[in-house]
Design a protein around this ligand. Structure first.
Ligand code: PRX
Length: 566
């Protein structure tokens, strides 16, 4: 049987998080400012001189900041924003590459009590604009190189009052844009943090679903014990580790475990602001003497493709613990990692909505390659019957459900109560993933329960791609699905029905692709557009993407009885 939401489960839930809260000095109901905990608490504990951030830019430039630097720089950003009139509850977007200011601002915004909205700087016009509009964002921090996109988005965003540019250089600023130069400005020793309670909103992370616009998963300051504790227990972080998380903070992994987890534990972390390059990654692991590495299956598959020899040319003996998240970690990757690094990647499973790791192969546990592992102590997980939402026996595939109540669970989707309510049935939070659990209690990922495409660990909502396609004058209808890919697991493929008067051609395909590129992020870009005479639909006219998907994967399309005859 899958684990019942037993009393014992509830008790261990209380103990794990309670231990974390005790270690963090959190009293029940007392203020818990997440920003303060990531910097000032570490300094107050006498570790202000300990390195917090070992940063390297794409051109190879390096910087090193300790926790005192982090405290002062985040204070500077908090007081600068306060000076602009930004206050508690206001949404402040980070539209930045992985520059040091991104990390300082994240902490500073939390200190101020404003809500951080991190977005990938690679987002195109449409992706950026939709999310800023949805959140009613008041201020945005960016770099000069992204100002073009921000300016275009701003024309349609009356709520966006302040654009803060964090790098100096040529080019005049426009009204509503201000420069913030941390290297020259005052760096205050103290900033009175907002008295955030456990339920005070902290972060808005946008995530994609099948229907509708991307949704803003809203997190709270009281999530802290979950990220602190899971980073310590599941990622095995210890005070003198050098930790590297490959994720961008535009993605929840890059905040929960690329900022909150390590810094609340006072751990040094490495940031490489550059795209994937196997040689450079190994150099980084070697040079920084990384001890704990949190990566993703697509990156691991790319490394595998480069071969073991390349890894052997580097001294990676400092590596102690390896973990992975975002997509199914195939058994080959686990075996390869054992052979190459002398230790396996430990799969961890979670979501934007869970805020922390909920299923994991814990350090030291026996790994069944291909399994996600077991519920993190304190998490009650079960495989549920998709209709009755009751736990299924071992071996059966169903919807993966979690008992609500862990500290970092999302508290809602921004302005979208019905989408949030739809995530719960019979006291379970529904992950939207299909899984099974074996007789030992190990969980196995089967697939998504919806049409969301997971490409290289990034969720792409078909709706967003289809809406962008429909803006093209030649497109009458469209459907976006995932097609198999050896590295990214799946990539986006779009099916397009043309309007009368338009003929399929390579030129038209290129034109459609170019139009999409300006609107979407590179992650969501279709690799292929196929022109088709019609799309499979239900009798009520809903496009059935699963039929198209099954065709791409060479799988049976499932029940076709409700489809419209063409
Ligand atoms: O489908 C699951 C997949 O990624 C989804 C969550 O994506 P996101 O909200 O962007 O957060 C990703 C980082 C936490 C899940 O619903 N996923 C995540 N981890 C795994 C996974 N699929 C298989 N195995 C995993 N370990």
């Amino acid at each position: 049987m899958s684990r019942p939401a037993s009393e014992a489960g509830q008790r261990s839930q209380a103990t794990g998080w309670a231990t974390a809260a005790r270690e963090l000095g959190l009293a029940s109901g007392a203020p818990v400012n997440l920003g303060w905990h990531l910097a000032d608490r570490i300094c107050a504990a006498g570790r202000g001189g300990h390195p917090a951030l070992l940063w390297e830019g794409h051109a190879g430039e390096t910087r090193r900041y300790d926790f005192d630097d982090l405290r002062r720089r985040s204070n500077a950003i908090a007081s600068f924003l306060a000076g602009l009139g930004v206050g508690p509850g206001d949404r402040v977007c980070l539209f930045l590459d992985r520059v040091p200011e991104l990390y300082f601002a994240f902490v500073g915004i939390l200190k101020l009590g404003a809500i951080v909205q991190p977005l990938f700087s690679a987002f195109g016009d449409e992706s950026l604009q939709t999310r800023l509009e949805d959140a009613g964002t008041l201020a945005l921090l960016t770099q000069r190189r992204h100002l073009g996109k921000v300016r275009r988005a701003r024309e349609r965003l009356p709520a966006l009052r302040h654009v803060v540019v964090v790098d100096v250089g040529a080019g005049a600023l426009q009204p509503g844009e201000v420069a913030l130069d941390l290297e020259r400005g005052p760096l205050p020793e103290a900033f009175e943090p907002h008295r955030a309670g456990p339920e005070t909103p902290s972060i808005l992370h946008y995530t994609s679903g099948t229907t509708g616009k991307p949704k803003g998963a809203q997190h709270v300051h009281g999530s802290l014990p979950a990220q602190y504790w899971t980073a310590k227990v599941a990622l095995d972080l210890r005070p003198d580790d050098v930790y590297w998380c490959n994720a961008d903070p535009g993605w929840v992994t890059g905040t929960s475990y690329g900022i909150i987890g390590p810094w609340s534990n006072g751990v040094t972390q490495v940031v490489l602001d550059a795209g994937f390059n196997a040689e450079r990654w190994y150099e980084t692991l070697e040079k920084q003497r990384v001890t704990v590495w949190y990566s993703a299956p697509t990156a691991i598959r790319l490394l595998m493709r480069e071969g073991t020899e390349l890894a052997y040319r580097h001294d990676l003996r400092a590596l102690r613990h390896l973990a992975s998240v975002g997509e199914p970690l195939n058994p080959e990757a686990v075996h390869w990692s054992r052979a190459t690094f002398g230790r396996p990647f430990h799969d961890t499973y979670w979501q934007t909505e869970t805020g922390c790791i909920v299923i994991a192969n814990l350090p030291g546990a026996r790994i069944k390659a291909g399994s996600m592992g077991r519920p993190f102590p304190g998490i009650d997980a079960a495989v549920l019957d998709p209709e009755r939402f009751e736990p299924l026996p071992a071996g059966r595939v169903g919807q993966l459900g979690l008992r609500p109540g862990w500290p970092s669970m999302l508290r809602g989707y921004w302005g979208n109560r019905s989408a949030f309510d739809a995530k719960f049935r019979k006291g379970w939070y529904l992950t939207g993933d299909r899984a099974s659990v074996d007789a030992d209690g190990d969980f196995w990922f089967v697939g998504r329960d919806d049409d969301v495409i997971n490409t290289g660990g990034h969720l792409v909502g078909p709706f967003e791609v289809e809406s962008a396609l429909l803006e093209h004058p030649a497109v009458a209808e469209s459907a976006a699905v995932g097609k198999p890919d050896p590295v990214n697991m799946e990539v986006v493929k779009a099916f397009v029905v043309l309007k009368p008067g338009f003929e399929p051609s390579t030129d038209l395909e290129l034109e459609v692709m170019n139009a999409l590129r300006r609107r979407l992020s590179p992650l969501a870009m279709p690799q292929e557009v196929e022109f088709v005479p019609s799309l499979p639909k239900t009798r009520s006219g809903k496009i059935v993407r699963r039929v198209l998907r099954a065709r791409e994967w060479g799988e049976p399309p499932g029940d076709l009885s409700s489809l419209m005859e063409d």
